[in-house]
Ligand binder design. Structure first.
Ligand code: ADP
Length: 446
């Protein structure tokens, strides 16, 4: 096992990783930016190292400074968390060159699955369902039109290297496809340094369903079933739950087994998520593979009892996965509400400032993953998520009841948070029925 790990992240995920390391007897070194210098979780680390100014490019995204901190602190491994450098194959490669273990996939596996065109090839080989569309990158307009005629409009143009909801264009007819294809290529080149684009069928109504997978360095991979993350605003997930409400178990089982096979075929180790859209007839189409731990990993932990963060550290250290597929049982239902420092009544305007009063919910089946404490100042520099409220209960209905109760206990003052929106959604009849689509929340908020 590692002796000492550097945590190249901030906020709740830095604390989550720290907790895992502590329980594993691994020392922690946490880096921070000047904007986070008073963050309370830093006191829980064995060592904290300032790596630069508030803007992420000067600190959490600054590879030379992170590597310098890792060398000064003499760590064996780096955990990137999510966001920042978590999906940068060049960073994973630099870590390897510096003889520091990157807690995640190899740079090769990350590149293979991080590229949407290549991930689709692996998916097809593993019999994972994908969208009808181009086989690979599109060379020219005529080819795009031909494929679109075959699969039917609407289609979506996507950048192979795209991410964060950027680099996508929906086209409803040949004229818009023709005008958009070159633009999309130029934009992708400018934004991602890779002009490759592809097209696929665009689904008007869908749910977001994703499969959690874990792989090791000995050629094993298991899946931990699915999460439904359809409650979204501007492609940002707001509520996640597991299992997916109303999803036929046989269908998801075959998709999840395919996802594990896909990851295995790419010689992937660590945590990965294979994301899908699911249509009304419960047909699945792969969107992409995320090559890191996800924000919403706790809901899967709650229903399977598997500690995803600890397991990813274990496999990075070269240990085989400590369980087999047949050992993974699903127990009850879990749900996560993202608590963001935003005002849902004012178009989700960020609400930075100091938290004076804080009361965190507790009681049976309640887990709150957060780094905030009373007196904590929410810095304006980063993502607005200040915590995740996760509940676990015997079934979905009990889960909603419990979430309502826990949200009622949560007090974060005087800043604004997304808590009132969550309370409203827990009372919403469509949500209670289960199976809202990915555009539901935006329609509701209109
Ligand atoms: P990114 O890496 O930028 O997040 P994704 O491929 O995951 O890109 O797509 C982001 C979002 O765009 C999806 O969550 C979905 O809402 C929408 N989307 C992507 N592809 C399709 C499609 N073929 N049909 C309908 N919606 C799509």
């Amino acid at each position: 096992m590692f002796r000492r790990v550097l945590i190249a992240n901030r906020g709740e995920i830095a604390l989550r990783i720290m907790r895992a390391c502590q329980e594993m007897g691994v020392e922690t070194v946490c880096v921070y930016s000047e904007a986070d210098k008073n963050a309370p979780y830093l006191k829980l680390a064995d060592r904290a190292i300032c790596i630069g100014a508030g803007p992420a490019k000067d600190s959490y995204l600054n590879i030379p400074r992170l590597i310098a901190a890792a060398e000064i602190a003499d760590v064996d491994a780096i955990h990137p968390g999510y966001g920042f450098l978590a999906e940068r194959a060049d960073f994973a490669e630099i870590c390897r060159d510096c003889k520091i273990e990157f807690i995640g996939p190899s740079p090769e596996a990350m590149s293979k699955l991080g590229d949407k065109v290549e991930a689709k090839r692996y998916a097809k080989a593993a019999k994972v369902p994908v969208f009808p569309g181009s086989e690979g990158a599109i060379d020219n307009e005529e080819e795009a039109v031909e494929i679109a005629d075959e699969i039917g409009y609407p289609v979506i143009i996507k950048a192979a290297a795209g991410g964060g909801g950027r680099g996508m264009r929906v086209c409803h007819n040949e004229a818009t496809l023709r005008t958009n294809i070159k633009k999309a290529q130029q934009e992708a080149q400018a934004a991602f340094g890779n002009g490759a684009v592809f097209i696929e069928k665009f689904l008007e109504r869908a749910r977001h369903v994703e499969v959690q997978v874990l792989g090791d360095k000995h050629g094993h991979a298991v899946h931990l079933w699915e999460r439904d993350c359809s409650m979204q605003r501007r492609h940002q997930k707001i509520i996640e739950e597991a299992p997916g409400p109303g999803i036929e178990r046989k269908k998801i089982q075959s998709v999840a087994e395919g996802a594990a096979k896909l990851v295995k075929s790419a010689e992937y180790s660590g945590a990965a998520t294979v994301e899908f859209l699911m249509d009304d007839d419960q047909n699945f189409y792969m969107l992409e593979v995320n090559t890191r731990v996800q924000v919403e990993h706790p809901v899967t932990e709650m229903i399977t009892g598997v500690d995803i963060v600890k397991t990813s550290i274990l496999v990075a250290a070269g240990e085989p996965l400590p369980f087999k597929q047949k050992d993974i049982a699903v127990n009850g239902h879990a749900m996560e509400c993202r608590i963001n420092a935003e005002n849902p009544d004012k178009n989700f305007m960020p609400s930075a400032g100091t938290i004076e009063t804080l009361h965190l919910p507790g009681g049976p089946g309640v887990r709150m993953d957060t780094h905030v404490v009373p007196g904590y100042r929410v810095p304006p520099n980063y993502d607005s998520m200040i915590g995740k409220l996760i509940v676990h209960a015997e079934d979905r209905e009990a889960c909603i009841t419990r979430m309502k109760r826990a949200l009622g206990e949560l007090t974060v003052e005087p800043i604004n948070t997304t808590t009132p929106l969550h309370l409203r959604l827990m009372e919403n009849a469509d949500f209670a029925r289960g199976g809202v689509d990915i555009h539901y929340l935006e329609r509701l908020l209109k």
